[in-house]
Design a protein around this ligand. Sequence first.
Ligand code: NOJ
Length: 521
Amino acid sequence: MSEWWKSAVIYQVYPRSFQDSNGDGIGDLKGIERRLDDLQALGIDAIWISPIFPSPMADFGYDVADYRDVDPRFGTLDDFDALLAAAHERGIRVLLDLVPNHSSSAHPWFEESRASRDNPKRDWYIWRDPGPGGAPPNNWISDFGGPAWEWDAATGQYYYHAFLKEQPDLNWRNPAVRAAMMEVLRFWFARGIDGFRIDVLWHMVKHADLPDNPVNAAWRPGEPDYTRVHQLHSADQPEVHDIAAEMRAIADEYGARVLIGEIYLPVPRLMGYYGTAERPGVHLPFNFQLIGAEWNARGLAAIIDAYEGALPAGGWPNWVLGNHDRPRIATRVGPAQARVAMMLLLTLRGTPTLYYGDEIGMEDVAIPPDLIRDPRELNDPGIGLGRDPVRTPMAWDDSPNAGFSAAAPWLPLHPDWRVRNVAAQRSDPASMWRLTRKLLALRHAHPALALGDYRPVEAKGDLLAWERRLGHDRLLVVLNLGDRPQGFAIPEWAEGFAVLAAARGGTDPALLSPNEGYVLG
Ligand code: NOJ
């Protein structure tokens, strides 16, 4: 089916932390291949693997030194081909993570670019003369803290980096850069991958004149450094949509591929990334609304309604609860409510993306100061921006290092891994893993869940309910978002419905226990 991604559930694998196969404490491609059977047992349809390309790992792979190869820490191109074939044999699609906004400063393109002002690749990156008194060319701030400009004494100019100085931004206004990156898409599509998640898509084009960003007068100490200015000119420029359209045209040439854009923008701006009927953009601009959501029925209903209401004609929704950059859901809403959140994610209308480990309720892991690895935390410390806590190794069983590695893992495991692991939860009918599997099975069995309409039913206090319907297939979802019991008046059309799934094993949807949720049908 060419639009397979509409009914699919995508599972994000952070490769460093999924499964190590060679005993270096870092996950790798052979490890992922070994775990495909576990993923198949869970019932996911596709995996998105965070970057696996050669990299100095200044930002753990989001600093790419070669877009067409595999980092030796993760394996080889042959290992990738083997993983892809093994996934496809099991009906699991594979998405890679394209990082086109910036390369590593160790990429040969940048090494050439910085070699001299008249190097043919000079204009592949964003170089500018200093401002008055040698100051940076404008007031732009790196998303990871500090100025976004790095001085290059050898050539007497600054270069721009939206993230680390080891991640110089490519100049997407240069047609040669565009052409080179489009070849990267072709390279991987031709190898057989099913799609890309596109890193920071909204950052890719900057205002041609690089004017100062407006200062954020409301900024207060303790808030992230980059929010000192509004990113008016440094991101989300109209020309970015041409790039998305060009990438989409390439994906369409190969057929049945999907492009997912990483975009943190308010909903109205986000919608532009779907493109138009004449000039489509990415299939799925990531919808991160649930990540920052206030956890109450009215708040969630407002988010769902606003998002559904803003979708352009033909735009297919998608939902995300967590990723490798944001606090885990079980930490945000608590372990009991995490089950309800999983039910929400897997029963809303649209493609869900599930972050590895959330299916066993992994929480953020406190990282002792001497073990901090994330440059974001090291650059802008002490205000909770570090992402190590959400990137800790997957716990597979209660053998040494949780079955993740024969060696000490690169980040510590969560403290309760001996009981909170996949093997233990697979054999426990009341576990979060079993609930996730059940919900995934329901999505496969019920067209209404996978593709049906969404209709709000109730949003009051902690009670949130909605209908999913496709033809005769009709389901009701009701969630208790709090820790007090909730009575629920089951609508007439759903009277006599059976409990298809219960977040905490309950049997009475007319009286929901704390943190309970039901799918009825
Ligand atoms: C977004 C990625 O998700 C994040 O992990 C990374 O650090 C930045 N982009 C820079 O590539």
